[in-house]
Design a protein around this ligand. Structure first.
Ligand SMILES: *Cc1c(COP(=O)(O)O)cnc(C)c1O
Length: 370
């Protein structure tokens, strides 16, 4: 019996473990020096001024939407083909997600479909860099500017990617990353929101800490017990333990992305001329390849066959509005036909930097050699 091959997984080495142990032996377990250092490292990578670390990508989305002033009565445009959290965080704010269809060839939000969804209530457009392929951020920016709405990047799939040489993280007003173990870089659970706007960063920083304007370390430094709660925030703080792991992981990101791209190329070559069709990659991007997604007509059969052979394929995603929670709110089947058709055909194949050429070959054999 060959080993089970998951569709994605983390890699932890001795350096990572030493970094975590170092924090455990120190003075700060939560908000301390490692949080600030991790924020600086991610801001530098993303080419922006400010980064706010939180305890999940979902929390980072909530911080971003809240900082932009999204609230009851507002609408936020989101793609149908994403993880539920992109839309759920809109609901946390009391606002309504408006689902937009995606492009047939790469499953990214369709800029031409957005315009029809914009109303006087629209506050923001959210792009998701599905599978790690950056959206057409230039088109999204010009739409956002034309209608005077904010632009948010759910970049949970695309840390380390780029568009026309501009790093992911610098392409929207606020960009959001996740550090869940299946993502590129992990902190166990964790997330980060990055921006060039100091006021947005300050609101997110306050929001992650109950709406309080200073943290314990700052108060210790100024010998003060006084603090002010100025907003109704949450406890979305990430620990120093997690951030030490994040800093150590981040140093491997560029190597890991290179490896992901190499493995993806091997898949691409193997599927040429077969009924297994990879998503299209545009020429002006650095793909982060969080996921390697193909489309195939007999997806359900292939899913079962590969799982039976110990190959951990998956399906990303069920169009968000088809989930019972959203269906009960009145979103109906047929809303985004391209996303719905894709949902019947997509299959996520194993892709993570610990895989070797032989693993890719094993997946290819199982998929196309029958
Ligand atoms: C993983 C993910 C999230 C949520 O991140 P968590 O850290 O799991 O909360 C949000 N959006 C997308 C597209 C994701 O893939």
């Amino acid at each position: 019996m060959t080993d089970y091959l998951p569709y994605g997984r983390h890699i932890i080495d001795d350096e990572d473990i030493a970094a975590v142990v170092g924090v455990l032996k120190g003075d700060w377990l939560t908000t301390g020096p490692s949080v600030a250092l991790f924020e600086e490292a991610v801001a530098a990578l993303a080419g922006v001024e400010h980064a706010v670390a939180v305890n999940s990508g979902t929390a980072a989305l909530h911080c971003a939407y809240h900082a932009l002033g999204i609230g009851p009565g507002d609408e936020v445009v989101v793609p149908a083909m994403t993880f539920a959290a992109t839309a759920n965080a809109v609901c946390y704010c009391g606002a309504r997600p408006v689902f937009v269809d995606v492009l047939e060839d790469n499953l990214l939000i369709d800029p031409d479909a957005i315009e029809a969804c914009i109303t006087p209530k629209t506050k923001a457009i959210v792009g998701v860099d599905y599978a790690g392929h950056p959206c057409d951020w230039k088109a999204l920016r010009s739409l956002a500017d034309r209608y005077g709405v904010a632009l948010v990047a759910d970049a949970c799939h695309s840390i380390g990617g780029a568009l026309d040489g501009e790093p992911v993280g610098s392409l929207a007003d606020i960009s959001v990353f996740s550090f869940h173990p299946v993502k590129h870089v992990t902190t166990g659970e964790g997330g980060m929101a990055v921006t060039d706007d100091a006021a947005l960063a300050a609101r997110m920083r306050t929001f992650r800490n109950h709406g309080i304007t200073s943290d314990a370390a700052q108060r210790e430094k100024t010998h003060s017990w006084y603090y002010e709660m100025v907003d109704l925030g949450f406890n979305y703080r990430i620990t120093d333990i997690q951030c030490a792991l994040g800093i150590s992981q981040l140093s491997k990101l560029s190597r890991w992305i290179e490896k992901r791209n190499e493995l993806a190329k091997q898949y691409d070559a193997a599927f040429m001329g077969t009924g297994v069709v990879p998503l299209l990659q545009r020429g002006n991007i650095q793909h982060a390849y969080h996921l390697y997604v193909v489309r195939c007509e007999n997806r359900n059969d292939l899913f079962v066959r590969l799982r039976t052979e110990g190959i951990g394929v998956n399906v990303h995603y069920i169009p968000v509005y088809l989930h019972p929670y959203y269906a009960e709110k009145g979103y109906a089947k047929g809303l985004c036909p391209v996303a719905e058709k894709a949902y019947g055909e997509v299959l996520t194949l194993p892709l993570w930097p610990g895989m070797e050429a032989a693993d890719i070959e094993r997946v290819v054999q199982a998929l196309v050699m029958i």
